[in-house]
Design a protein around this ligand. Structure first.
Ligand code: GMT
Length: 381
């Protein structure tokens, strides 16, 4: 197949999944065209069968906000006309699904055989999309898509509750490359971070408010107070970094906390982790937790959104109420002070991660593409 994939390029999960899917499809000899406003972070090396197209956004003195959605629609129409794509798969509804609809309208009969598939990821539904300033457009664009998928059961349900959706939404969960996200020996790195064999606790996110990074610091302080020698590694960067640093100063634990910034090879940090913490206030899936589990790291998370579909309470880690940093700390102490329990949870974390195998999910997307293509064909006949 000749597939167009549209995504955001940044460190957010939707861009990661879209790019990894592109790589998986390309390895199966599909031609993939990635369309975005910048090169996605995970498109780091040359890949046969993948071409990258940057959206050409012209500014003009009249535009306070250059109309990205129009430039995107224009380029989507070009992809269909000149690259002959068979499928247009957009990740994150806003504005991708809307631009895709417009591109098809522009081309009329020439594009009628090209299905638009929209994958819903998270805040496109739970935050931005449900805001009254976008809701009608999101409703319309989802209903105009030929196929709609969501990354978790939670998100599927939430989409039906928040929008007036007539379409069937299929769940294709997020996935990881189990060959990349597996525990490898990084003893030299571990020694450098924890010279006295301190336990290593890791958090990875884009440090937006919704990730509640200061809660990670607070639960970490609880662990230290309860006699566990430990270091906290915070990976990523974003608006809440200052608040997290401030919390470290307030609690007097700056020496035990390292801010590592954005890291491309996050699996190397996860390979030395004893515990992963993700206390998010909203999370439709929690790809970062899955990546940690792939590396055999038990997870302490909030019990929000799609996280319970990934992290199994009492097996792969623990789920806690939002903001209950004492409970998170208590469970952290429990896991870190009991080597047998830690080992058991670590093994179960990896085992559960194997359910989200990249190969399996790429096949699911391939089958879904074929299904939607034939439905569209039938509908046209
Ligand atoms: O909303 C974001 O955090 C960004 C968003 C994205 O599109 O990058 O993340 C969402 O999609 C990820 C990939 O499907 C999920 O793993 C995240 O849980 C989800 N984030 C939220 O729901 C907050």
């Amino acid at each position: 197949m000749n597939i167009g994939i549209v995504c955001y390029p940044t460190f957010g999960g939707s861009g990661v999944i879209a790019t990894e899917l592109a790589k998986g499809l390309a390895r199966r000899d599909h031609q993939v065209h990635i369309l975005s406003y910048a090169k996605p972070a995970r498109l780091d090396t040359f890949q046969t069968n993948i071409s990258y197209h940057e959206v050409n956004l012209q500014s003009y003195p009249l535009f306070e906000y250059p109309p990205y959605d129009l430039a995107l629609a224009n380029q989507m129409a070009n992809l269909i006309s000149y690259e002959g794509i068979d499928i247009l798969h957009v990740h994150y509804a806003i504005p991708h699904a809307t631009s895709a609809y417009l591109a098809k309208q522009i081309l009329g009969e020439q594009a009628a055989h090209v299905p638009i598939i929209t994958t819903l990821h998270g805040t496109d539904i739970t935050v931005v999309g449900s805001d009254p300033s976008y809701k009608s457009v999101v409703d319309f664009s989802i209903n105009q898509s030929d196929g709609v998928t969501a990354v978790s059961e939670y998100l599927r349900k939430e989409t039906y509750e928040r929008f007036d959706i007539e379409k069937e939404i299929s769940v294709i969960p997020n996935f990881i490359d189990l060959e990349r996200f597996k525990r490898t020996n990084k003893e030299h790195f571990r020694k450098a971070i924890s010279p006295e064999d301190e336990k290593i606790i890791v958090h990875v996110s884009n440090f937006r408010e919704v990730k509640r990074v200061p809660d990670v610091v607070t639960m970490f302080a609880y662990i230290l107070e309860h006699g566990i020698k430990a270091k906290l590694l915070l990976v990523g960067d974003g608006p809440d970094r200052n608040r997290a640093e401030q919390r470290c100063r307030e609690l007097g634990i700056c020496d035990q906390v390292r801010f590592l910034g954005k890291q491309e090879q996050v699996e190397e940090v996860l390979s030395i982790a004893d515990l992963f913490v993700i206390p998010s206030g909203s999370e439709t899936f929690g790809l970062a937790a899955l990546e940690a589990m792939g590396c055999g790291v038990p997870v302490i998370s909030s019990n929000i959104g799609g996280l319970p579909e990934v992290n199994i309470h009492g097996e792969t880690g623990y789920l806690c109420d939002l903001g209950d940093t004492d409970a998170m700390g208590k469970y952290g102490v429990e896991i870190l002070s009991d080597p047998k329990k830690h080992k058991r949870m670590s093994m179960k974390a990896r085992k559960n991660a194997e359910k989200f195998d990249m190969d399996k999910m790429v096949s699911e997307y391939e089958n879904y593409y074929k299904k939607i293509q034939s439905e569209l064909m039938e509908h046209r006949n």
